[in-house]
Structure formats: C-alpha cells, structure tokens
Design a binder for this molecule. Structure first.
Ligand code: PRT
Ligand code: MG
Length: 205
C-alpha cells in the first residue's frame, strides 16, 4: 500500500490533472464524499486531503508515504524526516515584502505582519535588519493600513490583492511552487514503488 497526502484548495485543483496524467485517478464521487481516506483507481494507492500546512506533518511522521504541498509551507515548517523530491511547478507565486511606500521600510526595527514567521525572520536576519514580527493568520494586507505593521510578508501571484490594498511589492524573498515530498523511512522501505511514482509524475510535468 502507498499513501499520499494532498493539499486542499488551489493546490489540489492543479494536482489532480497532474496525477491523472501520471495514472492516478480519484473519482469525483470519492472527492465529494465525506470519507477522509479516499480510494483511487489503483487498489494499492490511497489518498488523504488536508490543509496544505498539515501535509508535512502527516508525511514527516510516516502517517502517509508521500505528500504534495507548497514550498512556502515547507520553508516554514522545516523538512525534518522528509525528502523534497520534485518541483511540480504548480501553484506558483513569490514570497515578497510589501509596503505602502519604500520609505516605510526604513526603520531601525521594522514591524512586519505575516503568517510566515520563520521565513521572515530568516530573511531579515540575513539582511542584518532588525524586525519585530506580528503573526497573523490571514488578511495581512490590513496591517499597514491600521498601523499594526510597517510592511507585510506574503505570497504574491498577480499582484492584484496588494494593489487593491494600496501596497507595493518591494523585496523578493523566495520563488514558491508545490513540491512532492517523501517520508525518509518510506523512501527506503518502498523504494521501487516510490521511485516509479516520482518518475511517472516527473514525466507528466
Ligand atoms: O488557509 P490557507 O490560505 O493557509 O490555506 P487554503 O486552504 O486557503 O489554501 P489555498 O488554496 O489558499 O492554497 C495555499 C497554497 O497555495 C499556499 O501555501 C501556496 O503554496 C499556494 N499559492 C500559490 C498561494 C498563492 N499562489 C496565492 N496567491 N496561496 C495564497 N495566495 C494568496 C496570497 O496569500 C494573497 O492573499 O493570494 C493572494 C495574492 O494573489 P494575487 O494574485 O492577488 O497576487
Ligand atoms: Mg488561502
């Protein structure tokens, strides 16, 4: 048996066609059911679908053998006990620093609102910029408006969300896309099966 954890939401939408191409099909009926462990067209492959931030947890602890999640999630969570084996090139965006104006970034201690606490700390530490991080779980764009922070660190795709909120992306931190990850122990014990899936998925990119 091989088990795979997928991310819900926008990553899932782009993952399903990719997996189909690689020979793994999850029927609509399964996707729409309330079941937590989904059957596939293959009797020896099962799938679970969870929030993208939970994917590394399932894979790291060996609850499933493989997973698909965003690089942003992996950077934030750390990659203990898992291998990042493939860049799927889907759900692409950039992690960026955005503010109302460049001047707002000129602070002795920069107040930054973000849900990416670790990536943000690492970035400003490397720049030698002292910062205070305000952890939010959403609506980061609000923070500069209401004086909660000088800037935000968030994912940017088209830039429309920033623009609609009077923010400009000034600094680029990281290129983000979704990655295939594998539990380290599974990689050893199910090596042939996992390698052939990596190959199948890579061929369908
Ligand atoms: O609740 P949470 O947002 O954590 O998860 P979710 O279940 O809502 O997942 P979802 O569907 O939002 O997917 C999150 C994952 O998709 C991220 O971890 C990234 O790996 C990936 N991804 C790719 C993105 C974006 N692009 C993206 N643009 N996740 C979020 N956004 C948001 C961004 O935070 C901002 O609010 O979209 C807005 C910016 O988009 P533009 O096009 O206006 O620039
Ligand atoms: Mg979201």
């Amino acid at each position: 048996m091989l088990t795979i954890t997928l991310s819900k939401g926008r990553i899932l939408k782009q993952t399903l066609p990719l997996l189909e191409q690689a020979g793994l099909i999850i029927a609509k009926k399964e996707l729409n059911s309330r079941k937590l462990i989904l059957d596939t067209n293959l009797t020896d492959v099962k799938v679970i679908i969870v929030r993208s931030t939970d994917v590394p947890i399932f894979v790291q602890h060996g609850a499933t053998d493989m997973g698909i999640t965003g690089k942003d999630v992996l950077l934030e969570h750390g990659a203990n006990n898992l291998f990042e084996v493939l860049d799927l090139g889907i759900a692409k965006c950039k992690l960026m620093v955005a503010a109302e104006s460049k001047n707002r970034l000129k602070q002795n201690t920069l107040k930054v609102a973000t849900k990416y606490v670790n990536s943000t700390k690492r970035y400003f530490q490397n720049k030698g910029q002292s910062c205070e991080i305000i952890k939010l779980y959403g609506a980061m764009e609000l923070a500069p408006k209401v004086g909660l922070a000088h800037c935000i660190v968030d994912l940017v795709d088209t830039g429309n969300t920033l623009k609609a909120n009077g923010l400009i992306p000034f600094e680029y931190i990281e290129k983000i896309s979704s990655r295939l990850v594998v539990n380290i122990a599974s990689f050893r014990t199910k090596n042939a099966q996992i390698k052939s899936w990596i190959q199948n998925i890579e061929n369908s990119l």
